[in-house]
Design a protein around this ligand. Structure first.
Ligand SMILES: Nc1nc2c(ncn2[C@@H]2O[C@H](COP(=O)(O)OP(=O)(O)OP(=O)(O)O)[C@@H](O)[C@H]2O)c(=O)[nH]1
Ligand SMILES: [Mg+2]
Length: 459
């Protein structure tokens, strides 16, 4: 019966701030409040107060007044958790919040687990699992686009899309089963061709969602941008210029950076996860060798590589090696140290690579705006408009969509191979169930607990 116990937690950070909010949810939320809250108007009957009302008074532990507060009442099912909920707005201070929280626990609530309030909203059917997950994404959003996408998911954009696909699949499964049960009245003549087309269409819709997940991931995690180049090319200098602070060590000694250094960078709406790496060269130094290997490894799964070359020095075999690493990747070639006399011109570089070549000077901060613009246009080429598109931002949703897509492909195979109709229903049902897991249907308790376990405290 654990799910129905009354829970409580601090909903705001426990630190010095204007106010702190303690939230209580469950059957006994109101009775806990009555035990510890003394309304300013002593004659007020708190148990009889309507939902969505705010009351001024004090929190008392016996005769001791702990704080002056406002209490908000929300009766289920019209609350976040869909249960009776009380929020105490107290002063935001570690000690005062801790003392009130202790008192709440002694008065009939137990500490909420991470994500438990949202889990209740889900278990009580107020939101589906994709919406619950959107709550977490919303809190963690690092840029406007990510925020916009999680708000739309919170409002059910993913759910609606999935429900539409599921109901189409369900219709076909039900029709097939009815026909198989009652062949005398329902004919399956010509049905396979029709089903093939429908399944192909649904598969196409799923494919579209899967494609969106790449943009979704970039929104969520930021563009993984790896700065690559030979020692001394100015990689760390570039990182510092982009960040606007002296984050990485810069010296004229080759091999200054040994390890990968990661920093977050905001370019307008875009988030970049920017990685400075060790200069690529063959070296006897074991520590540097490890650094070089790490740099190459990061480059392998980068969304974007910024290749920094020292334009005052001629190209050598290490540059060739780096140019190889750029093949098939989104990349920009940056000829750095444009303030010095050049040994490599953009024209020379353009002959060796299909990537865009830019002249910059990290030291003089030249060409940096242009670089930022190029990065933006690489990721937003006009066609990427997140306004109406449902974006899949969650890896779990992506995996489920892939499973559904595979099952639908099997249905199409069965039709093409002239298999009997009952084969179709098995795979259609699989696809239906796979999509259901996105909404939190057909899922075991363990999995549900694992998902909510990743939430933050008090949410
Ligand atoms: N003239 C000039 N010097 C630069 C420029 N950018 C960097 N430098 C200098 O080049 C040297 C190396 O810069 P770093 O940023 O440490 O180079 P790096 O690529 O990180 O080097 P490693 O960490 O050794 O791989 C430093 O002395 C910088 O001041 C530039 O645009 N113009
Ligand atoms: Mg460096």
């Amino acid at each position: 019966m654990k799910e129905f116990e009354t829970i409580a937690a601090a909903a705001t950070a426990m630190s010095s701030s204007g106010i702190g909010i303690i939230r209580i949810s469950g059957e006994d939320a109101f009775s806990v409040m009555e035990k510890i809250f003394r309304p300013h108007n002593r004659n007020k009957n708190m148990a009889g107060q309507p939902s969505y009302t705010v009351h001024y008074g004090t929190i008392v532990d016996g005769e001791e007044v702990l704080d002056e507060v406002l209490v908000l009442l929300m009766r289920g099912p019209h609350s976040y958790t869909a249960e009776d909920t009380v929020e105490i707005d107290c002063h935001g201070g570690r000690l005062v919040m801790q003392r009130i929280l202790d008192l709440v626990m002694r008065s009939g609530a137990r500490p909420a687990e991470p994500g438990e309030f949202t889990k209740r909203a889900f278990l009580n059917g107020r939101i589906d699992l994709s919406q619950a997950e959107a709550v977490m994404d919303l809190i963690q959003s690092r840029n406007k686009m990510a925020l916009k996408s999680s708000v739309s998911q919170l409002q059910g954009s993913v759910r609606q899309q999935i429900e539409k696909l599921r109901s189409r699949i369900l219709y076909e499964t039900a029709f097939l089963e009815a026909a198989l049960d009652d062949p005398e009245h329902i004919s399956l003549d010509g049905y396979a061709e029709k089903l093939y087309k429908t399944v192909e269409e649904i598969g196409g819709e799923i494919e579209k969602l899967l494609k969106s997940s790449e943009n979704g991931r970039i929104l969520r995690e930021g563009i993984k941008t790896v700065i690559l180049g030979k020692p001394n090319a100015g990689k760390s200098s570039l990182l510092n210029v982009l960040l606007g602070e002296e984050r990485a060590i810069v010296t004229e000694i080759e091999g200054t950076t040994r390890d990968v250094l990661e920093e977050q960078l905001q370019l307008g709406d875009l988030s970049l996860s920017l990685l400075d790496t060790a200069g690529i060269r063959s070296t006897e130094d074991i520590v540097e060798q490890i650094g070089v290997e790490r740099a190459k490894k990061q480059a392998e799964d980068a969304d974007l590589i910024l290749y920094v070359a020292d334009s005052s020095r001629p190209l050598d075999e290490s540059d060739e090696e780096i140019l190889d690493l750029l093949k098939g990747k989104k990349a920009l070639v940056l000829l750095n140290k444009s303030d010095l006399e050049s040994a490599i011109t953009p024209q020379m570089m353009e002959k060796r690579t299909n990537h865009k070549v830019l002249l910059i000077s990290a030291k003089e901060e030249q060409g940096i705006r242009e670089l930022e613009e190029e990065i933006r246009s690489l990721f937003f080429q006009g066609e990427l408009d997140f306004n109406d598109e449902v974006l899949i931002t969650n890896v779990r949703h992506k995996t489920a969509l892939q499973r559904a897509k595979e099952s639908l492909s099997m249905v199409m195979d069965s039709i093409q191979n002239g298999m009997p109709e009952d084969f179709y229903t098995i795979d259609l049902t699989d696809a239906y169930q796979a999509l259901g897991t996105i909404l939190g249907e057909e899922m075991g308790e363990d999995l549900i607990n694992e998902i909510f376990g990743k939430f933050c405290m008090g949410k």
